[in-house]
Write a protein that binds this ligand. Sequence first.
Ligand code: HEC
Length: 111
Amino acid sequence: MTTTIRYAVAAVLLSTGVAMAGGNPQAGKDKSTVCAGCHGADGNAVIGANPRLAGQYESYLYQALKQYKNGQRNDLLMSNMVASLTDQDMRDLAAWFSSQTGNTLMVLPKD
Ligand code: HEC
């Protein structure tokens, strides 16, 4: 009996987890104009100091945005960027950049 309940709880938690990951890439694209200046329109940043977002896991991008928002990550630029974003905005932006293809451009060390 307890095992059955445990499985039931696990199933509920798992299905919630899947549902929670859902951002809308198209909505994210519309919200991403402000990000494009630094991260590139498709998330392939051309300036080495700005991380490439294209093709990164959606859950990772969403997590990173949340961490800038709650102060677990601290960066002057990004903390300001996320200040006005809602949770849904962050999910949509994560979905958009994650759906893009990362390029293989590499910045090599000088020496
Ligand atoms: C003014 C330049 C600038 C703008 C505009 C900007 N970012 Fe950033 N972003 C950065 C920099 C610089 C970092 C690296 C910060 C650090 O070291 O934590 C970063 C980091 C990130 C990261 C973490 C990447 C990783 O690999 O860990 C995400 C996700 C991100 N930005 C998303 C966005 C989104 C979404 C927007 C638009 C709402 C945006 N950024 C707008 C400069 C910018």
